[in-house]
Design a protein around this ligand. Structure first.
Ligand code: GRF
Length: 250
């Protein structure tokens, strides 16, 4: 890993991670990976698991809300259970073995979130990884999985995820960029350093406690595409490290 990688060391973050309701000892940490696009971060997890870099971790399910997401093909190539779950679509029918109360939709959740909940429970997912999932999850959905949803964000967030500024390792204060256009916003702001991080998901978008992050220098002539490609290289390390940290505290 590069020298400017940052792993949050604050004890409150460790406590937060330790509060993850993990599975019993010796069983796997089962990931539910949610995607909407190319799935290169999903691929990083697949590669890490297949090369024994994440012992005791398995991908239980891949869910895409886009039918043509390339990540679905990556999942199928590696024989992982994968499903396209449209934002609006056919009713999900649970197998009879699932108790009806387990899948009863919560009134404040969308129908798609109710179906997503049922799927995640059906596949006994312990940790939900948003790996390029382009849909905001409601507070009602998140309440069901406290400290069990993590997200990759292509910008730098402060330790607790909140606030409007971030101080880089060279002492420069930069704005915090949240939402869909964080990479372009970093370019537009004319700053020299941006980065990526993995954080716990809270109802406020891109504002949850950081698990790990790494800075990336913005180069002269960078476009949104070139910068995002370099950020993704970093993300592929970060997502593996974040899952490892979540696994290590069980
Ligand atoms: C990543 O850059 C991540 O930061 C953002 O969405 C992108 C997903 O890329 N949330 P991929 O689908 O994993 O290639």
């Amino acid at each position: 890993m590069s020298s400017n990688e940052y792993l949050s060391s604050e004890s409150k973050e460790q406590e937060r991670i330790e509060s993850l309701p993990h599975e019993s000892q010796n069983s796997s940490l089962r990931l539910g990976v949610l995607i909407s696009g190319s799935g290169s971060n999903l691929q990083a997890l697949i590669d890490a698991i297949e090369s024994q870099q994440l012992p005791g971790v398995e991908i239980a399910l891949v869910v895409s809300n886009k039918a043509d997401a390339y990540g679905l093909q990556r999942a199928l190539k590696h024989r992982l259970p994968a499903i396209y779950l449209p934002n609006v679509g056919a009713q999900f029918i649970a197998p009879e073995t699932i108790a009806p109360e387990t899948i009863a939709p919560k009134p404040t959740m969308s129908e798609s979130e109710s179906r997503l909940t049922a799927l995640l429970r059906l596949f006994q997912v312990d940790l939900i990884v948003l790996a390029g999932w382009m849909r905001i999850l409601s507070a009602a959905f998140l309440e069901q999985f406290p400290q069990r949803v993590i997200n990759i964000h292509p910008a730098l967030l402060p330790d607790d995820g909140t606030g409007s500024t971030y101080t880089t390792s060279d002492g420069t204060q930069i704005p915090v960029f949240r939402g869909l256009h964080a990479v372009q916003q970093a370019l537009d702001a004319g700053i020299k350093i941006t980065g990526s991080c993995v954080h716990f998901v809270t109802p406020e978008v891109d504002a949850g406690p950081v698990i790990c992050r790494e800075e990336v220098a913005i180069e002269e002539g960078d476009s949104e595409e070139t910068l995002h490609e370099r950020l993704k290289v970093v993300e592929h390390r970060l997502i593996v490290e974040a899952v490892r940290r979540c696994k290590s505290v069980e």
